[in-house]
Ligand binder design. Structure first.
Ligand code: HT7
Ligand code: ZN
Length: 873
């Protein structure tokens, strides 16, 4: 397959002003009659995209075309001659939703007709100019059997409906906003719905409906509340009002990703809609709120202003992630949100940026666009927006955003359009900053400070480097905003006064590292400070500040910046763990450190605590994080062993405090998903995970008791996770009881599968293989694949990297099996092999063997081919 390149972009040769679709639903042969009002815009033939379609008829201005006037292949319909002025192109095609296992285009999810058109799914519904810069007004008439398919939905507002002969009925929808085809949606089936209202800031009443499979109506309250909060927040934070009379969400069980922002008709993976306390965890509730908000926010950043081409994907995704992060920060705990976002960035984006699949936030080429819905485009893309926000502050950022909306509403825009609007509106020069969009890789910032007691100055030096990434051997310096504070011996922040400034000012300053090196001198520094650098993680970089262990202990106790307190604790624990891993490998002795345990003790016994924050700060870095830090010849057994050893030693050191906090954090009264209660449960469950390995062997009993008594899924899952990692009768009993109780609930069964797939106990791979044959599992549903196989491949480092390669062989087999059904999900799973260079020669060889087996398979999809070959390169 040939790559598509940003530099080859040319505007479309034709505009489509109006689209009229007449769709008659049938599982095996859905008939689509399309009428396109077209206009020539430039040179070139009329070549429409279309895949897996049966062409029944073509007409221009009503005249039927003979086969000599067009050609069709597996990807295009080319019309040889078209009229010079405006004309109408009609096609009649047929497709088979029931055969569509790829879940892109029109497919069936548990008897519900559903579409997924981003990025290039519309071409599986009808012939079209399926590219985001072709924007059109859609009118959609859906016809189906009235009894079997009573609900017929599409974008916009309903304008007509009625009965037809033969037990059929129709509904016609009109979407007045011009949109690209990727935002088209159709959903139809025997659905129930819940309804609410929202009054917008200008006083318009909007009907809100959430559609679900019958019987699930009582599981939508939280989602509806989250939607209303998001609508209000977008008005207050960005001045953005909803624009149609109705906003609909549909929850389906078979879905390739989390959700999709189709205009006025968002489609969701039901995992991110359905919630009741006994079936959804606190993490599920938080994800529901965040994803509902994310999709809703796309109405302005993505739909009203869309992307000119798919290279500009970060324009809508990075910006919308930034907006949803800010929303969650306002709804819940801002520091905890920042910590969890940075955790996510480091866990997924940093390895991507440092590995064979590294690409810029705005990629310059792709083979399959579905492979570019990545952590780099989404999470790093959001960090770029956040850096601009940090540099200009909230007021100027808002001015820049207002100008962006004013200039580009109704357009298909580019990253340049966004940066120009931000630059003009927020009054900032972003010329150098733009490199963040085109250079891949994670810059490293080296910092060192020197205190001069005689002159009372503190001199901070910082430098930046960025290692080569595929296709980019050299990098130009980035514009890196670094928020800095200096902490005095009393634990308080000093007021900062830089050379050349008349008086001291704020206690946190944003310094701009724009060259390869920079020096800053602070004056009137009365004692040697401990520097707190990159506060709030103001840039997506790897910072090396050469802090001593005692400085880390100091910062984890005193830093006024919550993020850096957490960061200091993580660095301290990571340092300790790395020395333990090394000791295991070399047979030497590890560094001893009781600082982490002491911090835990102090935090747990402090008078006033923020439980959610404490839960974050006392949790140990993951095995994957440690592997990433080591970077070469990673020994997964040593990492697992060291982490377990430290966990047990901390548990022994602080058992009493852990037990007492475990008791104190118990939430009384009925379950509420709100952040305050969720924070208490989070801390209680981190305590439980330590207590499980505390001396005395009563951890399993404690977990078993919690499992029996839990009145909510958060506590139940936490206990089951502990039990699933302890060999013995409690484990089997709990897994069986859980299955018996929840076997009819497919979302809860996903949790049951994932817990078993991530167990560290020996025999887990055999268990996972066995579970692929279990009735709770099917390769046809992406949630099941992710719960069992992706969890195993990406979260069970110990067993996926089994020394004999059995884990690799199993996952490679599943990639190939899945590729025949669903290439998009198969390609994601292939990503599990991307870290092969981190391991020792034996594992490297085994992983490469499997990658080559995948890449060499005949009939491979473009999706898997691209990931496998680029990973090997
Ligand atoms: N814009 C959407 C991205 C997307 C997607 C969603 C569901 C299935 C397939 C998909 N391909 C791309 C989701 C979002 O980021 O909001
Ligand atoms: Zn999105």
């Amino acid at each position: 397959p040939r790559p598509i390149r940003l530099k080859d972009y040319t505007p479309p040769a034709f505009a489509i002003d109006e689209v009229n679709l007449d769709i008659e639903l049938d599982p095996k042969a859905t008939k689509v009659h399309s009428r396109l009002s077209m206009r020539r815009m430039g040179d070139g033939p009329l070549r429409l995209d279309g895949e897996k379609l049966k062409l029944l008829e073509v007409r221009i201005d009503g005249e039927k075309l003979g086969a000599n006037r067009y050609s069709v292949d597996g990807e295009h319909l080319t019309i040889f001659e078209v009229p010079e002025g405006d004309f109408t192109l009609e096609t009649v095609t047929s497709c088979a939703p029931v055969e569509n296992t790829a879940l892109t285009g029109l497919y069936l999810s548990s008897d519900i007709y559903c579409t997924q058109c981003e990025a290039e799914g519309f071409r599986r519904i009808t012939y079209y100019l399926d590219r985001p810069d072709v924007m059109s007004v859609f009118r959609t008439r859906i016809v189906a059997d009235e009894k079997k398919v009573p609900v017929l939905l599409s974008n916009g507002n309903p304008v007509a409906s009625g009965k037809l002969k033969g037990g059929k009925h129709f509904v016609e929808w009109h979407d007045p906003f011009r949109k690209p085809a990727y935002l088209f949606a159709l959903v139809a089936g025997d659905l129930a719905h819940v309804e609410d209202k929202f009054t917008t800031m200008s006083g318009r009443e909007v009907t809100l409906r959430i559609f679900v499979e019958k019987g699930n109506e009582d599981r939508c309250d939280y989602a509806m509340g989250a939607l209303k909060r998001a609508m209000k927040w977008d008005e207050e934070a960005f001045g953005r009002e909803y624009d149609l009379d109705i906003f609909m969400i549909v929850a389906v069980s078979a879905f390739n990703m989390g959700a999709m922002e189709n205009k006025g008709l968002n489609v969701f993976n039901d995992k991110y809609i359905l919630a009741l306390p006994d079936t959804a965890t606190d993490a599920d509730y938080a994800a529901i709120e965040a994803i509902i908000a994310h999709e809703y926010f796309h109405n302005w950043t993505g739909n009203r202003i869309t992307c000119r081409d798919w290279f500009q994907l970060c324009l809508k995704e990075g910006l919308t992630v930034f907006r949803d992060q800010e929303f969650t920060g306002d709804m819940r705990s801002r520091p905890v949100k920042r910590i969890s976002d940075v955790r996510l960035l480091r866990a997924h984006q940093f390895p991507e940026d440092g590995g064979p699949l590294a690409h810029p936030v705005r990629p310059d080429s792709y083979i399959e666009i579905n492979n570019f819905y990545t952590a780099t485009v989404y999470e790093k893309g959001a960090e770029l927006c956040r850096m601009i926000h940090t540099m200009v502050g909230p007021k100027r950022f808002r001015k820049g955003m207002d100008l962006y909306f004013e200039r580009h509403d109704g357009e298909a825009a580019t990253v340049e359009n966004f940066l120009d609007a931000l630059s003009d509106g927020a009054k900032i020069d972003l010329t150098q900053f733009k490199r963040w969009y085109s250079q891949s890789g994670t810059p490293e910032v080296l910092a060192s400070g020197r205190y001069d007691a005689a002159r009372k100055t503190y001199t901070l030096k910082m430098s930046q480097v960025c290692a080569p990434t595929p296709g980019q051997p050299m990098k130009e310096p980035y514009h890196i905003p670094v928020a800095v504070g200096l902490v005095g011996a009393n634990g308080r922040d000093m007021k900062l006064q830089l050379d050349g400034e008349e008086k001291p000012g704020a206690t946190t300053r944003v310094l701009h590292l724009t060259e390869r090196e920079g020096t800053w001198r602070f004056r009137n520094v009365t004692e040697k400070p401990v520097p707190s650098l990159l506060r709030g993680f103001t840039a997506p970089v790897k910072l090396n500040a050469h802090l001593k262990e005692r400085d880390l202990v100091f910062l984890m106790r005193h830093d006024s910046d919550s993020f850096n307190r957490w960061e200091a604790a993580q660095r301290y624990a990571t340092g300790l763990l790395l020395s333990m891993v090394e000791a295991r490998a070399s047979g030497g002795t590890a560094r001893k450190g009781t600082g982490f345990g002491e911090m835990i003790r102090d935090l747990l016994t402090a008078k006033k605590i923020d439980p959610d924050f404490v839960a974050q700060i006392i949790a140990l870095p993951s095995e994957q994080t440690l592997a990433q830090m080591i970077g070469r010849d990673v020994d997964v057994d040593a990492i697992h062993g060291a982490r377990e050893e430290l966990r047990a030693s901390i548990a022994a050191q602080t058992k009493d405090e852990l037990l007492s906090a475990y008791e104190r954090m118990k939430v009384d009264g009925p379950y509420r998903p709100e952040a305050e209660d969720a924070g208490r449960r989070a801390l209680r469950n981190v305590c439980l995970s330590y207590l499980a390995v505390a001396p005395g062997k009563d951890g399993a009993a404690l977990a078993a008791a919690q499992f029996r008594e839990a009145d909510n899924m958060t506590d139940s899952i936490a206990a089951l996770t502990v039990l699933a990692n302890i060999e013995g009768p409690e484990r089997i009993a709990a897994l069986d009881a859980f299955y018996k109780r929840w076997q009819k609930n497919h979302l809860v069964m996903d949790k049951w599968l994932a817990i078993q797939a991530t167990s560290a106990l020996p025999g887990t791979l055999d268990e996972v293989k066995r579970l692929t044959q279990h009735p709770a599992f099917t390769m046809k549903n992406p949630n099941k694949v992710r719960a069992l196989i992706t969890s195993f491949a990406s979260m069970n480092q110990l067993h996926f990297h089994d020394a004999k390669g059995a884990g690799y062989a199993f996952v490679a087999d599943k990639v190939l099996e899945l590729d025949k059904l669903n290439p998009q999900v198969a390609a994601r799973l292939t990503g599990a092999f991307r870290s092969w260079r981190q391991f020792g020669p034996k594992r490297r060889k085994l992983m490469v063997k499997e990658l080559k087996r995948i890449a060499g398979t005949e009939g491979l999809s473009r999706d898997v081919y691209e990931i496998a070959t680029k990973t090997l390169a």
